[in-house]
Design a protein around this ligand. Structure first.
Ligand SMILES: CC(C)(COP(=O)(O)OP(=O)(O)OC[C@H]1O[C@@H](n2cnc3c(N)ncnc32)[C@H](O)[C@@H]1OP(=O)(O)O)[C@@H](O)C(=O)NCCC(=O)NCCS
Length: 149
């Protein structure tokens, strides 16, 4: 695919259904509640959607990235952001769309004063680790602890 065919733009409320559909095609489960929170609550309360983007090909949404600013919780500085979720429709993967989305979101976050971007991946995920490494993401000095009670 020619990269000129891909348009990256800021996410809008009307993109909700398309994003939920791509998410379910990638993860195999539909989770509209998760995206309702992302789209509607944060958008209205704090304008946290500023760096979330979608990719369009011929007017069809084929990928998205959801980003949020941290708000100082857990000692994390407010000028840090997180990439929550990224999803590219299976038919459009490995065409450079994920790269375009991350680069656009990073540019937007940097312009907004963000100095560090975090994301969580399964440590040995064979797709996500090389994908994020290709932008210079490195393992952070903190680790995620969990308890299954
Ligand atoms: C992983 C994903 C986001 C990558 O997006 P993409 O548009 O397919 O990736 P790109 O074409 O932009 O690839 C950019 C670089 O990332 C790396 N990469 C991407 N997919 C990869 C894969 N499957 N295996 C290894 N490296 C990969 C490569 O370095 C690639 O550069 P190259 O093509 O020049 O070698 C996409 O395939 C996807 O949505 N996967 C499933 C969703 C998912 O697991 N989301 C995580 C939850 S947050």
């Amino acid at each position: 695919m020619n990269l000129d065919q891909i348009k990256i733009r800021t996410i809008k409320r009307e993109d909700f259904d398309a994003v939920v559909k791509i998410d379910s095609s990638v993860f195999g489960a539909t989770r509209p509640e998760y995206y309702e929170g992302k789209f509607f609550c944060s958008m209205e309360v704090k304008d946290q959607m500023v760096a979330s983007m979608v990719a369009e090909v011929d007017g069809r949404i084929v990928g998205f990235v959801m980003c949020e600013f941290y708000l100082g919780e857990y000692g994390i500085s407010p000028n840090e952001a997180t990439i929550d979720t990224i999803g590219i429709h299976p038919e459009f993967q490995r065409a450079g769309i994920g790269r375009m989305l991350i680069e656009a979101a990073t540019k937007r976050l940097k312009a907004a004063g963000v100095v560090k971007i975090n994301t969580l991946v399964v440590w040995d995920d064979p797709k996500m680790v090389p994908f994020f490494s290709s932008f210079g993401f490195n393992p952070s000095p903190t680790i995620n602890l969990e308890l299954i009670p």
